[in-house]
Design a protein around this ligand. Structure first.
Ligand code: HEM
Ligand code: HEM
Length: 185
C-alpha cells in the first residue's frame, strides 16, 4: 500500500518537507556564520564575505518563510500531532512560536541593515533600497535584539529537534518519518 495513504503512515507533501529542511539549514547557517565572523578580525575579506552571505541568505529566508506560510495555510498537508492533548498543544505552541520568532528575526534583520546605512544586496544581483535613515544608535539596539532573538530561535529549534528525535526513538511514532521523503524501494 502507498505510504502516503495508509493510516498512521501519512507524510507531509514534498514541498512542505523541502520548505522545512531548507528553513532549518538556512537558520543554522545564519546563526553559525555570525558566530564565526565575530571571532575574525574586523576588515578581513572572510569576515566581510560571511556578513554579505548572511545578509543575502537572510533575504532568501524572508522569501522562503513567506512562501512556506502561504503554502501551509492554503495548500500544504496538515497532519495532527501524536501524543496526549497536552503534548499536542505544546507542539502547536512551539511551532507557532518558531514561525513568530522567524518573522520577528527577519524584520529585525532588515531594519538592522537599513539603520546601518550600508549596502544591502542579494549576492550582488540587486540592492534593497532603504526606507529608514541611517541611525547607528538605533542599529546598535536592533543588533542587540537580533542577537538575543537568534539565541531564542536556536534554543527552541534545538528542543524541537530533541522532541522529534524522542518521538522517533523512544515513542516510536511516525512524527519524524512523515517529515522525511519516502525511502526508495
Ligand atoms: C533566523 C535567522 C537569523 C539568525 C539566527 C541571525 C543571526 C545573527 C547574529 C547572531 C548576528 C550577530 C549579531 C550581533 O552580534 O550584533 C547577526 C547579524 C546580522 N544579521 Fe542576522 N540572523 C538571521 C536572519 C537575518 C536576516 C533575515 C537578515 C536580513 C536580511 C539579517 C541581517 C543581519 C545583519 C545586517 C547583521 C549585522 C551584520 C554586520 O555586522 O554588518 N539576519 N545575525
Ligand atoms: C532551525 C531549525 C528548525 C526550525 C526553524 C524548524 C521549524 C519547524 C516548524 C515551524 C514546524 C511546524 C510545521 C508546520 O506544522 O507548519 C516544524 C515541524 C517539524 N520539524 Fe522542525 N524545525 C527545525 C529543525 C528540525 C530538526 C533538526 C528536526 C529533526 C531532528 C525537525 C523535525 C520536525 C518534524 C518531525 C516536524 C513535524 C512535526 C509534526 O508533524 O507535528 N525540525 N519544524
Amino acid at each position: 500500500m502507498n505510504d502516503l495513504h495508509s493510516p498512521g503512515h501519512e507524510r507531509y507533501d514534498r514541498l512542505t518537507q523541502w520548505f522545512h529542511w531548507l528553513t532549518a539549514a538556512t537558520v543554522i547557517f545564519l546563526f553559525a556564520s555570525a558566530h564565526i565572523w565575530e571571532n575574525l578580525a574586523k576588515g578581513t575579506d572572510l569576515r566581510r564575505g560571511l556578513q554579505s552571505v548572511h545578509i543575502s541568505l537572510g533575504i532568501a529566508l524572508a522569501v522562503l518563510i513567506v512562501l512556506r506560510i502561504v503554502w501551509r495555510v492554503f495548500v500544504g498537508t496538515h497532519l495532527p500531532a501524536h501524543g496526549s492533548p497536552a503534548t499536542r498543544l505544546l507542539a502547536m505552541l512551539g511551532h507557532l512560536a518558531l514561525y513568530g520568532l522567524l518573522l520577528a528575526q527577519i524584520a529585525l534583520g532588515f531594519m538592522f541593515r537599513w539603520a546601518q546605512g550600508e549596502r544591502f544586496e542579494f549576492f550582488g544581483l540587486f540592492a534593497i533600497p532603504s526606507p529608514l535613515a541611517t541611525d547607528h544608535d538605533f542599529a546598535h539596539v536592533l543588533g542587540g535584539l537580533h542577537d538575543k532573538v537568534a539565541w531564542v530561535i536556536i534554543i527552541l529549534a534545538g528542543l524541537h529537534a530533541c522532541a522529534a528525535l524522542i518521538h522517533h526513538a523512544v515513542l516510536k511514532d511516525p512524527t519524524l518519518r512523515r517529515m522525511l521523503p519516502v525511502p526508495r524501494r
